[in-house]
Design a protein around this ligand. Structure first.
Ligand SMILES: Nc1ncnc2c1ncn2[C@@H]1O[C@H](COP(=O)(O)OP(=O)(O)OP(=O)(O)O)[C@@H](O)[C@H]1O
Ligand SMILES: NC(=O)c1ccc[n+]([C@@H]2O[C@H](COP(=O)(O)O)[C@@H](O)[C@H]2O)c1
Ligand SMILES: [Zn+2]
Length: 275
């Protein structure tokens, strides 16, 4: 029987998705199982938010392609969706602002079910049914929670100087919450233990252990593609087809932004030098 005190959760994953891989999709399934297994949460929706071109990461191809591939990849999911708001902003948007944007949308949707959404109608209807079912069964005072979903490498990147603002980390982890999926080579528990800031918010950080260690990375996929190797079964078939049809990922595309500083470094190094 369902626990009447469960909180509704929406999971938001920010990243390059250059291109989206099966592991990005698995990350959502693993996180939902983990959260629901605690008996405290009911996960009603997942959002993939590809970063905009202004992030300037090396090898980052146009957002329109990355968004379209993510759309194709999530077509068969009943609960994972893609949102292009972040990718359409002309400047790079800090993750804390992306979360705020989606949280405001979520609250607005709670009050107005007629708002426009990019997800197709059937998926929208299923998600809305979930909302309704959860609000009938679990009369929680507060609305749904939005949590950031990431791999352990993103959590560990919190420790890289000039990449994240301390107040943003505090807001993401303290106010919203983080779901972190283990990735080979990382040890999120150790990282949390060693950081006073993260330790303070440890109850808001849900570490999901991926037992089937999976080393799929978009870097590996791009490398295979520019060498003419197969990437079948690492990506959804529709994404493999899209990559082929548009001849994406070449030696040339990998050189994009090669001599440009990543947007957060640009932003925070400027801030520290300008006083
Ligand atoms: N194999 C994986 N295990 C756990 N998390 C993953 C895995 N692959 C990607 N992620 C997570 O998915 C999110 C988006 O990642 P991103 O788009 O950078 O993919 P990536 O495979 O790491 O790509 P790249 O190699 O270009 O960095 C991040 O939170 C990242 O940690
Ligand atoms: N300070 C910040 O808000 C900050 C810093 C670094 C990366 N990020 C985000 O984390 C994600 C990381 O993506 P990659 O792992 O593909 O680089 C991106 O969505 C990026 O915008 C945010
Ligand atoms: Zn990555």
């Amino acid at each position: 029987m369902e626990n009447p005190t469960t909180s509704k959760v929406v999971l938001l994953a920010c990243g390059s998705f250059n291109p989206i891989t099966n592991m990005h999709l698995r990350m959502f399934e693993l996180a939902r199982d983990h959260l629901e297994d605690t008996g405290q949460y009911s996960v009603i929706k997942g959002i993939i938010s590809p970063v905009g071109d202004a992030y300037k990461k090396k090898g980052l191809i146009e957002a329109s392609h990355r968004v379209e591939m993510a759309r194709l990849a999530t077509e068969s999911s009943e609960w994972i969706t893609v949102d292009s708001w972040e990718s359409q902003q002309s400047d790079w948007v800090e993750t804390s602002k992306v979360i705020r944007h989606h949280y405001e949308e979520l609250l607005a949707r709670e009050h107005n079910r007629d708002d426009v959404d990019t997800i197709k109608y059937t998926k929208k209807r299923r998600i809305e049914e979930n909302y309704i079912a959860s609000s009938v069964h679990h009369r929680k005072r507060d609305g749904p929670q939005l949590m950031l979903l990431c791999g352990a490498d993103v959590l560990e990147s919190f420790g890289i100087p000039n990449l994240w603002k301390q107040e943003d980390i505090a807001e993401i982890v303290g106010r919203y919450g983080l779901v972190c999926v283990t990735r080979s080579g990382g040890d999120p528990h150790k990282f949390i233990n060693q950081s006073d800031d993260l330790w303070k918010y440890r109850k808001n950080i849900h570490v999901v252990h991926e037992w089937v260690t999976n080393d799929i990375s978009a870097t590996h996929v791009r490398r295979a593609l520019r060498r003419g190797r197969s990437v079948r079964y690492l990506l959804p078939e529709s994404v493999v087809r899209y990559v082929q049809e548009h001849s994406l990922y070449s030696a040339e595309s990998e050189q994009k932004n090669a001599d440009v500083v990543l947007a957060p470094f640009q932003k925070y190094s400027d801030a520290s030098t300008s006083g």
